[in-house]
Design a protein around this ligand. Structure first.
Ligand SMILES: Cc1ncc(C[n+]2csc(CCOP(=O)(O)OP(=O)(O)O)c2C)c(N)n1
Length: 344
């Protein structure tokens, strides 16, 4: 299908042009196929644990495409969580690298085969290491946002996490530090609300009506959006980032999204019956005459072929050598009983 940059005026996509819409669709599909493959790898014993972002593609692709990507405080810093695979792909990450991390092979560029899948780390793009402990990213984000605030330019810090984690002190520390009158921080504070913290329903835990209501306490810009909708997500991220970049102040954005395969492999990772952002998007694209079923089929087939080829390649790659176990680990000294390089 030939791509055009003709603006799709009005309708559900506002001013987003056709080329952008089709690019977003292709990235969403690639992210979904990748995650489904990783789930399968977990089930067949090719990886130890899966956690990821199927259901968040509309929001996460829209985010990744709007990052000011680079290294150092003149560029955006990303303090992400473990459901941001589609954000990484939209930023230009290779599909194969997630498969490498899922299989824990030494070629995994994020953690050399030593951490769970979707625990990215890309120094060249200011993607700080993802932690398994939830919400600590909201604390590290304060540091990177201070660096952005002290640097001339329009770079900002972006932090993402879930609704459950907002019960942690790190989230509230982030709100306090972002809003100090002495140094307000240019930080986009994102909460993806999928209505659950593992198995604990949001409705049983939150006295506040919306998580974005925390913005009222500080008089900070805040909004809740439908994160399953591409156009709403793209526009809201655009508006929030423009605000943070120009005003050098924080913005709290809550995106309500589906969690299509439950929490992780620990809860079975079976598909659940919640709205699917890709199906919703395809329906809208078709209704507007932007693409049709055959076009979508081609995109899915292509993504599957790409993921298949990557998976076959990764199967040939080595696991980390045992004596690299301490590489990248910071320590002062180890007890002599611990194995070291060279076997002594
Ligand atoms: C500090 C800490 N406490 C508890 C856990 C266990 N844990 C892992 S994920 C999770 C739920 C997170 O829910 P939410 O913040 O809504 O994010 P989601 O996984 O739904 O995207 C919990 C409690 C953890 N990893 N770290």
């Amino acid at each position: 299908m030939a791509q055009s940059s003709v603006a799709v005026s009005g309708g559900p996509f506002g001013t987003m042009d056709k080329a952008l819409l089709l690019k977003i669709h292709a990235l969403m599909v690639r992210a979904r196929v990748l995650e489904e493959r990783c789930i399968k790898m977990g089930r067949t014993g090719e990886g130890y644990f899966w956690i990821g972002g199927p259901g968040e593609e509309a929001f996460n692709v829209s985010l990744g495409l709007q990052v000011k990507k680079g290294q150092g405080p003149r560029y955006d810093y990303l303090n992400l969580h473990y459901r941001n695979s589609a954000t990484l792909l939209a930023m230009g990450a290779a599909t194969i690298d997630s498969i490498r991390q899922m299989r824990t092979v030494a070629t995994d560029p994020y953690t050399k085969g030593r951490n769970f899948v979707n625990h990215y780390c890309v120094p060249e793009w200011n993607v700080v290491p993802v932690t398994s402990t939830i919400e600590t990213q909201y604390s590290s984000a304060i540091g990177t946002a201070i660096a952005n605030a002290r640097t001339p330019g329009d770079a900002v810090t972006i932090v993402t996490g879930g609704d459950g984690g907002t019960a942690e002190g790190d989230f509230h520390s982030c709100l306090v530090w972002a809003n100090r009158p002495v140094l307000p921080l240019p930080i986009l504070i994102i909460v993806v609300n999928n209505h659950y913290a593992i198995s604990v329903p949001e409705a049983t835990q939150h006295g506040e009506k919306k998580i974005s209501d925390w913005g009222k306490v500080f008089g900070m810009a805040a909004k809740t959006i439908d994160g399953n909708d591409v156009a709403e997500s793209y526009a809201a991220i655009q508006e929030a980032l423009a605000y943070c970049r120009k005003e050098r102040k924080p913005y709290l954005l809550e995106a309500v999204c589906s969690r299509l395969h439950g929490h992780s492999s620990a809860s079975g990772a079976n598909r659940v019956n919640e709205p699917d952002c890709i199906a919703i998007f395809e329906e809208k694209l078709a209704a507007q005459g932007i693409a049709k079923k055959e076009d979508f089929d081609k995109v899915w087939t292509q993504a599957l072929a790409e993921v298949d080829a990557a998976h076959q390649q990764v199967k040939k790659e080595p696991y980390p050598a045992p004596d690299t176990i301490w590489d990248g680990v910071y320590f002062e000294s180890l007890p002599s009983s611990y194995p070291r390089k060279g076997g002594s």
